[in-house]
Design a protein around this ligand. Structure first.
Ligand SMILES: Cc1cc2nc3c(=O)[nH]c(=O)nc-3n(C[C@H](O)[C@H](O)[C@H](O)COP(=O)(O)OP(=O)(O)OC[C@H]3O[C@@H](n4cnc5c(N)ncnc54)[C@H](O)[C@@H]3O)c2cc1C
Length: 459
């Protein structure tokens, strides 16, 4: 029996009985607790039912039944939305994690892959490795690839190959009427930046790139010199940028509490098989401040992600405070230097900086509503803790840090990044700028009745 059986749940129940290849969990099921919890434990919701379709046909049938019976639903993949917005209390969760295929076409000059709507980055990267191919992806390997790519998608390979939105070539979508359709150019324009607002993406066609060996790992700077390391690193990075940094060099600076103390750590990826030039950049970056150790080595993106995966917590308590800036000005750097030494000493508590550099390739802006195309940095204050007992302490630190960042020169602050911003702080008109009207028009065409009312973007 399904939880809280009501008349409008009957058809859904009948459907699940007839289609017993589709797993589902009600609040009484042993698997419910595991399936409903995402990355942020304190943002866990209580859906009335979690269904796990295995194909586009399953998703199509589910959407038809849910909409016909006015049952609200959400779409979940990697479960890394920090506010748990891929689930909702009393709604049905369409959990896509069993739609996780990766099909590679490396027969032609350009390389493509089709990836299932629920595929996790680590699994995608490992599958691509079998073909000596790579794709840009999030720093955290457990994030869902589609959920990462559709709202922007920043990562260590983005300077060379572009953001996540720029990898999207096609999509198979279950639309508001429950039809399975290949997204036309209009729909793709909205998917690139607006995500699931016009449909459930069961399959994404993406660009992939031949690349075997890379140089990758972490450079850890002296913990007892944290503030000096941050200042020196930023100065040297600034100088190097003025002189010209190759697009093959991806850097993700963050502050973490490691075994040696609180340290500036930089994830380093050299995305080219010319490892000699990479070694020369590694020497330079390692000299920007005194280091304690470096794990950078010749490796593959798959191995690099496997290692990263072993360091990332599966689940946390807390949230993220994110702000975006046109550049890392001395004023912003000073705020960072003031608040990172105050970072609570838990391994889960982090602070990091994503960057969109000016030379990152992009698709024509006409084919995408993603609007944050000018160079900028995204500062993530990851106020995360391993237990409920320490959550308040990290939240207090995160809020103070964020408030101080937001008090810096307003002309340097730019629009927030949708997936890392709470819904009540997302001003869609400001975020999409001139593309907001396109978003509204295309949404009105494909989802006039607001069937996807729980998608992150609601114009
Ligand atoms: C630890 C951590 C690290 C991160 N690192 C980065 C990073 O390096 N770069 C970066 O750009 N972002 C990063 N993010 C943000 C992340 O990319 C987004 O939160 C992303 O939306 C998560 O996708 P998911 O599938 O894991 O999450 P979910 O919670 O499952 O989904 C999030 C949203 O995406 C929608 N969605 C997901 N898949 C589909 C689909 N197939 N069809 C329709 N809608 C779909 C869901 O409806 C939901 O609204 C990070 C987040 C966390 C928590």
């Amino acid at each position: 029996m399904l939880y809280k059986q009501t008349n409008n749940m009957n058809l859904l129940q009948d459907f699940l009985v007839e289609n017993d290849h589709i797993q589902f969990a009600t609040p009484d099921s042993p698997s419910y607790a595991d399936l409903r919890t995402g990355f942020t434990i304190n943002a866990t919701k209580s859906p009335r039912l979690i269904v796990r379709p295995r194909s586009a046909n399953d998703v199509s049938a589910l959407v038809s039944i849910l909409t016909a019976n006015h049952l609200p639903f959400t779409v979940r993949a990697g479960g890394h939305d920090m506010w748990g917005r891929s689930q909702a209390d009393d709604a049905v969760t369409i959990d896509l994690r069993e739609i996780c295929h990766v099909r590679v076409d490396d027969t032609s000059h350009s390389h493509f892959a089709w990836v299932g709507g629920g595929v996790i980055i680590l699994d995608l990267v490992k599958e691509l490795k079998k073909h000596n191919l790579v794709v840009p992806h999030a720093v955290t390997p457990t994030v869902g690839f589609v959920g990462w790519a559709i709202y922007g998608g920043y990562g260590l390979l983005s300077t060379k190959y572009g953001l996540g939105v720029d990898q999207i070539l096609g999509a198979t979508v279950v639309d508001a009427q429950g039809n399975i359709r290949e997204a036309d150019e209009k729909m793709l324009t909205v998917i690139r930046g607006g995500g699931g607002t016009v449909g459930i993406i069961v399959d994404l066609k993406i660009k992939v790139y031949p690349l075997d060996q890379v140089l990758a790992g972490a450079i850890i700077y002296q913990p007892n010199e944290l503030v000096r390391a941050i200042r020196d690193f930023n100065d040297k990075l600034h100088q190097a940028k003025r002189a010209g940094i190759p697009k093959e060099l991806g850097l993700f600076p963050f502050v973490m509490n490691g075994p040696m103390g609180k340290a500036l750590t930089v994830l380093f990826v050299w995305a080219s098989s010319d490892l000699d030039e990479g070694q020369s950049w590694l020497s330079q970056v390692s000299s920007w401040a005194p280091i304690v150790t470096s794990t950078v080595e010749p490796t593959t993106m798959a191995e690099f992600n496997e290692k990263a995966n072993s360091l990332v917590p599966d689940q946390i308590y807390g949230t993220v405070y994110t702000s975006s800036f046109r550049s890392l000005t001395p004023e912003v750097t000073e705020v960072i230097c003031k608040h990172t030494p105050l970072q609570p000493k838990y391994p889960e508590t982090l602070f990091g900086i994503h960057e969109l550099r000016p030379d990152a390739p992009m698709v024509s802006p006409d084919n995408s509503i993603f609007n944050a195309r000018c160079p900028h940095v995204i500062i993530e204050v990851l106020a995360m803790a391993g237990s409920m007992d320490t959550m308040d302490e990290v939240l207090e630190w995160g809020q103070m840090f964020h408030d101080a960042l937001m008090k810096t020169d307003a002309t340097n602050i730019t629009v927030p990044y949708i997936p890392l911003t709470p819904s009540d702080r997302t001003d869609l008109k400001a975020i999409y700028g001139g593309n907001f009207e396109i978003l509204q028009t295309i949404k009105a065409k494909y989802d006039p009745d607001g069937v996807f009312e729980n998608a992150l973007v609601q114009p």
